[in-house]
Design a protein around this ligand. Structure first.
Ligand SMILES: [Zn+2]
Length: 59
């Protein structure tokens, strides 16, 4: 890790900023990205869209 990393970040307590989502209509997942305002570390995860099924399971 970089020497200038703030203490809290070194402890894993990042200051996560605004969450950004990438929603692709063609898929049933949303990609999220969030960035630490102190050290710039990014985290990235994928969530499954819930509640909206594109085709006919309940018909
Ligand atoms: Zn951080």
């Amino acid at each position: 890790m970089a020497p200038g990393t703030p203490l809290l970040c070194r402890l894993g307590l990042h200051k996560w900023g605004r969450k950004r989502g990438y929603n692709e209509y063609a898929s049933n997942v949303v990609e999220w990205e969030q960035r630490c305002e102190r050290c710039g570390k990014r985290k990235h995860w994928i969530e499954t869209k819930k509640g909206r099924r594109s085709s006919g399971r309940n018909l």
